[in-house]
Design a protein around this ligand. Structure first.
Ligand SMILES: Cc1ncc(COP(=O)(O)O)c(C=O)c1O
Length: 384
């Protein structure tokens, strides 16, 4: 018996491999995108209360009304997106669940989807898993400038969607309003959908604004907006995300979510709803401030060590140029750096189709201050 062709096409995760290598040497794991930062108590209490009060059964396939309403309020206030909580919003098992359900609802085998490179590997995998075809358009470091000519050339009659991840993993790129308008213009002209992954929407640095594609004129019906609370509330293990889409798409995405996992965990939906209701603007601005400080500390250390960072504009990863380290591939360089410093990062090949990845390593900076300081000092002490 052989595995399906679909399974054979899925790549092994470098992140998992580095996590294992890191555990062997008891190092500091900056490879995986998990937050080590604390969960807001109101979120934990909301979930505990829900469990104690008996909210332990399946919810509706698209989530509990309290959470959909809380998300609708947040979408109006923060994202400038108008959404009917009963029609447009589907709560999912993480943003990952939304992305997979969206791919299943939108794509046929052979349909093409454009992504910007460096990309988030899960996006590629989700597209490949439904037998659609990812097409990459490169962004240029250090600011990850979009190649609009390349984008225009990449759109074909088979293109069904463009994926925009802002703020981006691993690039930390925050797409400007102007860039999003240019992508929107092309999407309309070629009649393609836009799928946005905005999971890092609150991690936006240096006074930049987070702009949601669906808030641009004429884009609400053409955009599937995906978000979630894994990162904002440091609850990556809870699996609570959502999508927002025009009614027909929302219905299709909801049907696919139902097939995949029935619903997101009910008591945890209550916890997230309680958090959205209770936490005011200062929670989100503190989050930004805290992560900007982490970015500055760790990027400073990388620069001192001669591993120039492409300083991120948002999210909580940094791609550093490790080309001066010994090794032919970034995998070899990542293992070398782990051996010398005890700090694990992800080889850049995981985020690029072409050879450019071998120059880079990605580090996740969402660590406790203690771990981040230990990692920064180890990197600073490092002399090739
Ligand atoms: C761009 C991006 N989207 C989605 C996710 C996963 O989100 P969730 O935990 O909500 O599935 C991640 C996690 O690293 C991510 O970086």
């Amino acid at each position: 018996m052989k595995k399906s062709d679909r399974t054979a096409r899925l790549a092994q995760s470098d992140i998992r491999a580095m996590t294992l290598a890191c555990a062997k040497v008891n190092g500091i794991n900056m490879s995986q995108g998990v937050c080590d930062t604390p969960v807001p108590p109101v979120v934990v209490q909301g979930a505990q209360q829900a469990m104690a009060q008996g909210h332990n059964i399946y919810s509706r396939f698209d989530g509990i009304p309290e959470l959909r309403q809380a998300i609708a309020g947040k979408l109006a206030a923060y994202n400038r997106i108008t959404a009917d909580s009963d029609v447009n919003i589907t709560v999912s098992a993480g943003a990952t669940g939304s992305f997979q359900a969206t791919c299943m609802a939108l794509l046929n085998p052979g349909d093409e989807v454009i992504l910007f490179e460096p990309f988030y590997a899960y996006h590629i995998q989700a597209i490949v898993a439904v037998e659609a075809v990812p097409r990459c358009v490169s962004m240029r470091p250090p600011d990850w400038t979009v190649d609009f000519k390349g984008l225009e050339q990449a759109i074909t009659s088979r293109t069904k969607a463009i994926v925009v991840n802002t703020p981006g993993n691993p690039s930390g790129k925050v797409f400007t309003r102007r860039e999003l308008e240019q992508i929107a213009e092309m999407a309309c002209r070629h009649d393609v959908m836009v799928i946005t992954d905005e999971i890092y929407e609150y991690f936006v640095f240096d006074g930049r604004e987070h702009v949601s594609m669906a808030s641009l004129p004429g884009m609400a019906d053409r955009t599937i907006t995906i978000g979630g609370y894994s990162k904002t509330f440091s609850i990556t293990g809870w699996r609570i995300g959502y999508s927002v889409a025009e009614a027909t798409w929302a219905k299709a995405i909801g049907a696919m979510s139902d097939v995949l996992y029935v619903c997101a965990p009910t008591p945890l939906q209550h916890g997230v709803a309680a958090g959205i209701r209770a936490l005011g603007p200062s929670f989100y601005s503190d989050l930004t401030k805290e992560h900007q400080q982490k970015r500055d500390r760790f990027c400073g250390a990388l620069a001192k060590a001669g591993l120039p960072p492409a300083v991120p504009q948002g999210a909580y990863y940094v791609l550093a140029d490790v080309s001066r380290l010994p090794g032919k591939t970034s995998r070899e360089r990542a293992l070398y750096l782990l051996d010398k410093t005890g700090v694990a990062g992800v080889p850049g090949e995981a985020f690029f189709e072409g050879p450019e990845g071998s120059r880079f390593m990605r580090f996740c900076m969402a660590k406790t201050d203690t771990d981040l300081e230990r990692a920064s000092q180890a990197i600073e002490r490092f002399k090739s």
